[in-house]
Design a binder for this molecule. Structure first.
Ligand code: ATP
Length: 437
């Protein structure tokens, strides 16, 4: 434990052992800061995305969804400023040859060996690739470093095809790529990652009000999904920290073992992006307000979160250990909506064919809307510990009595309290407890 949180090395180990996250192409020695989500990790990520989409799109009527492509016309990145200024300033150590981001350095010398550092130089974080089959004629393009630009270039399409007018937003979830220089801290800083971004278009002059609204909405989203208040904070960017497009920015930070770190940024992007795209494309990109008879380019408030960082924060925050009857118990106290597996069906005696048959029937009746697993590969004590460690909220045990009284035992992960429930009532009992979206 560090900073009251589980250390990332323990998270990495549990994630690998139980199938949440693996190193990408591990059999070849992996590739720097790229990760694969295993059977449980993919469920956790799907659940985070579902909750974000629910709160951003389904619970509202002023937001539309979008799924834009990763590859875009390279003019996009000229207009957005990414070709010119999406870079980190770097210094190399002349002694140990290690490379450092200037904004991560505390002193003038190498933090590793104390050697002298080279003068800072810029390094663009965008991955380049080529479009087309002929090398010579090929057009150099980029893998998108943020999903937001897909929304800006579709602004007119969405305005024309939906019934929305400012204030309204466009939500998008998708992969982004950054050739990060200083990596590490597990999935926190990956070169391929997923973002969940909302661009909320407002009338200029109303931007400050909407900005405050989104900062508080987004903070509440993390709290409502179970992250403890003391592990979240909001930090305003100082002037010199602001991105080239931002008038104001607040980060939502989570207290990881390595210290407070950004999991989401909320920025007032003003009319910067739409204006730049209008200039370079020659399209107007204005909203025409028929009431006033005037057109204007809306301001944009952007809550931009990372799914990998959110999933990691939910994981770290849920990690608990306690001693029960002289034995250490580790469990992930996920909110039910985020838990990868909702219910595990466990037969008390795997050698009893009738119990096994009944347990499999219980599993078949329950599954369909969420992940239900059956496990008979160990003693009941070990099976409970295995499910605790992956955060399964309910274990259902079928025993000899179940054959005569038609009841099963439902065990709660956090309290370990056990209830005897009629099999006929089980689905209703579990569904009410899960409160799924
Ligand atoms: P940092 O300062 O940590 O590099 P950033 O300020 O560049 O992050 P933004 O451009 O604001 O990040 O991106 C929005 C969100 O996307 C971040 O809050 C984070 O959750 C996620 N994100 C950005 N870069 C990465 C990355 N390399 N790996 C995982 N998630 C990332």
């Amino acid at each position: 434990m560090k900073n009251g949180q589980v250390e990332l090395k323990d998270v990495v180990s549990l994630c690998k052992r139980r199938g949440f996250i693996f190193q990408d192409s591990e059999i070849y020695g992996g590739i720097g800061s790229v990760w694969d989500y295993g059977p449980l990790g993919v469920e956790l990520k799907i659940n985070v995305k579902k909750q974000w989409w629910k709160s951003m799109v389904y619970d509202r009527s002023d937001v539309e969804g979008l799924d834009a492509a990763i590859l875009m016309n390279p003019e996009t990145w000229k207009a957005s400023g990414h070709v010119g200024s999406f870079q980190d300033m770097l210094s190399d150590c002349m002694g140990c040859k290690k490379r450092f981001r200037i904004d991560h350095l505390k002193g003038k010398d190498c933090p590793e060996c104390g050697g002298s550092l080279t003068p800072p130089k810029g390094f663009n974080l965008m991955f380049k690739t080529r479009l087309g089959s002929v090398e010579d004629d090929a057009q150099e393009i980029y893998l998108r470093p943020e999903t937001a630009q897909g929304i800006f270039v579709n602004f007119e399409n969405i305005l024309n095809s939906s019934r929305q007018k400012p204030p309204f937003g466009v939500a998008q979830i998708g992969k982004s790529f950054r050739n990060e220089i200083t990596t590490g801290n597990f999935t926190f800083r990956s070169r391929e990652f997923e973002q969940m971004e909302l661009e909320f278009f407002v009338t200029p002059g109303e931007d400050e009000k909407w900005y405050d609204y989104w900062v508080s909405e987004r903070l509440n989203w993390y709290l409502s999904l179970g992250i403890r208040k003391e592990n979240l904070r909001i930090r305003e960017h100082a002037k010199e920290e602001l991105a080239h497009y931002a008038k104001k920015c607040h980060d939502i930070e989570f207290l990881f073992a390595m210290g407070w770190s950004e999991i989401e940024g909320i920025a007032n992007r003003t009319d910067y992006d739409l204006k730049k795209h209008a200039e370079l494309s020659g399209k107007s990109l204005q909203y025409f307000d028929s009431a006033s008879g005037e057109g204007y380019i809306p301001y944009v408030i952007e809550p931009s979160g990372g799914i990998d960082r959110a999933a990691l924060a939910f994981f770290v925050d849920a990690y608990r250990t306690e001693t029960v009857r002289d034995r250490k118990r580790t469990y992930l106290s996920f909110d039910n909506r985020l838990a990868p597996i909702k219910v595990a069906i466990l037969p008390l005696l795997r050698t009893n064919a009738e119990i096994v048959e009944k347990a499999l029937k219980v599993r078949d009746d329950l599954r369909g809307d969420y992940r239900v697993v059956y496990d008979d590969t160990a003693s009941i004590g070990r099976l409970y510990r295995r499910q605790d460690e992956i955060g399964t909220p309910y274990c259902v045990t079928v025993d000899v009595d179940s054959l005569s009284d038609g009841k099963v035992t439902v065990r709660d992960r956090d309290t370990m309290k056990q209830d005897r429930i009629d099999i006929a009532q089980l689905k209703t009992f579990i569904t009410e407890k899960l409160v799924l979206c």
